[in-house]
Write a protein that binds this ligand. Sequence first.
Ligand code: GDP
Length: 359
Amino acid sequence: SLTLGIVGLPNVGKSTLFNALTRNNVLAANYPFATIEPNVGVVPLPDPRLDELAKVFSSEKTVPAVVSFVDIAGIVKGASEGAGLGNKFLANIREANAICQVIRVFDDEDVIHVDGRIDPASDIETINTELILADLQTLEKALHRLEKEARTKKEAKPALDNAVKAKEILDAGRTLFQAQKEVDFEALRELSLLTTKPFLYVFNADEAVLTDTARREELTKLVAPADAVFLDAKVEAELLELDDEESVRELLESVGQEEPGLYSLARAGFHTLGLQTYLTAGPKESRAWTIPQGATAPQAAGVIHTDFERGFIKAEVVSFADLTAAGSMAAARSAGKVRMEGKDYVMADGDVVEFRFNV
Ligand code: GDP
């Protein structure tokens, strides 16, 4: 499954956040499909639609989709110089599908900031610089080969042109993700450049920042087009110790939050990875399934079982809104809201589906 790799400077709260994420593994362990490794934190994607579906179908339980985060340990500064730990750091990032940088914006004299002060723009630049330098090394090695190939094969020309363009962007200190409209990532795919990965930023904040709308807007702008998430990692860890709703609500209120930060982190992670969900429902369970945006009906069926994709005949589809408005599958059918879709159908988020297939 797709993962986000957590990176950040020392002392920004990565371990604190990651501990909160792995505590969730205890919950996620109920879901047999989630294989859990020690350096992976699995967060359920909050989805209020599941509870509504469970009512309509009298399901025994609900099973949400999950998002996985990998803790990427290792040094940051100097990583691209390739010293032991730095190599491992970059190799781990290469394996992740998106990069999630934790940035400190909380104030605490007892916690030393590596650069001596809170400066989110500079923290972002430090990480970007290492990734940019690593990509430049990859590109420099590849350019000779690509030039040679382009001389004899015209199919190799797009790869060369895009590699040249990518080098210009990186030389100017920008990540390829920031310049995604200017380069064709597909043509560069075989190089697995680190800065083509989508970025997500987690601002580890205190109450002062969490309740300061102007400051949050400014930080959101700083990282656009990437998603920004605001949370207090220490509070997130404390929330998981609480077992009654009232105490959870009080603690959240004390930092001016309406919901746990892990909820927004899960949603942003899911969005950053380019994922969406569709739903299935029955007396046993109401469940959300994860698919890439743009997946077709047979591909969606394949997420449940590969045989479903191979033997796909058609999908019976109703939108969540139509189904709940009708109140039951039978009522939705008589209202003409249930469609039969074929193998070319592109799934929409929140489709409630039943697949027909040959085994
Ligand atoms: P890492 O080096 O990025 O993994 O950072 P840690 O998670 O180890 O956190 C470094 C220190 O900052 C620890 O003493 C944490 O308790 C503290 N810390 C982490 N998050 C917060 C926070 O949101 N607020 C405050 N005040 N301290 C925090």
